[in-house]
Design a binder for this molecule. Structure first.
Ligand code: E4P
Length: 228
């Protein structure tokens, strides 16, 4: 597992997929909007099918666009039929704390055999309940936790212990990456996956001292070739 990419930009996905470092893709309505996807829900469908095909059999998370309890199951079924590697993202509760979501998450996993990624969670306790409900993935918004002045690493560690202690199968996705350092620190704290925005992946790879060292090797290789 380890690294997912958090984008709807197919060129970025292709680029990092070719590096062999990706194990999945996550999106949400905000990400798709920022990625410039047009054409309403037909456009979203096309973009998601294209991504799912490109990364198959790796998982793609697609978030529901409604919090109307009567429509969520039908929409989840519809999205999950776009491709067999599409997982459905469902927020832990509605915008006003509506509690139907956990019931829906449980039903999608147990009755409809749909893999659910429970999202928008800010604490280990929310993730723990989502895992008990049967979620395949629990997304902890670590960057937002840090932004609120709490230590996301403590929440990741606590959640890791809870899931292991209670033999829960949910995979922890650490989300809301803000800094290059987040990736390794959250994996080290016990996250199964960090979903990373593309520019931070580049930041993980390129190091000024590596540049200098590579330059030295290449300069000396040139001198070596001229050496008689
Ligand atoms: C990933 O699954 C989340 O949707 C994403 O990381 C949220 O990031 P944000 O806090 O930058 O919106």
């Amino acid at each position: 597992m380890a690294i997912f990419i958090d984008t709807g930009n197919i060129n970025d996905i292709k680029k990092y997929l070719d590096f062999g470092i990706l194990r999945g893709v996550t999106t949400n309505p905000t990400i798709l909007l920022k990625s410039g996807i047009k054409g309403g829900m037909e456009g979203v469908k096309k973009a998601c099918i294209d991504i799912a095909k490109l990364i198959h059999p790796l998982p793609l998370s697609v978030e529901l666009t409604t919090n109307d309890a009567d429509k969520m199951i039908a929409q989840a079924i519809e999205f999950s039929r776009w491709a067999d590697n599409v997982n459905i993202k469902v927020t832990i509760h509605g915008p006003n704390g509506e509690l139907d979501n956990l019931r829906i998450i449980h039903e999608l996993e147990t009755t409809h055999n749909i893999r659910v990624n429970v999202t928008a969670m800010m604490s280990a306790q929310q993730c723990f309940l989502a895992a008990l409900a049967g979620a395949t993935y629990v997304s902890l918004f670590c960057g937002r936790i840090n932004n609120m002045g709490y230590n996301s690493i403590d929440e990741v560690r606590k959640l890791r212990r809870l899931l292991d202690l209670h033999h829960l199968k949910a995979k922890i996705i650490c989300a809301s990456t803000r800094e290059v350092l987040n990736v390794v620190e959250w994996l080290d704290a016990g996250g199964d996956i960090v979903t990373v925005v593309p520019n931070l992946l580049e930041g993980m790879i390129v190091h000024p001292y590596s540049k200098e060292t590579v330059k030295m090797f290449l300069d000396d290789a040139e001198k070596l070739q001229k050496q008689l």
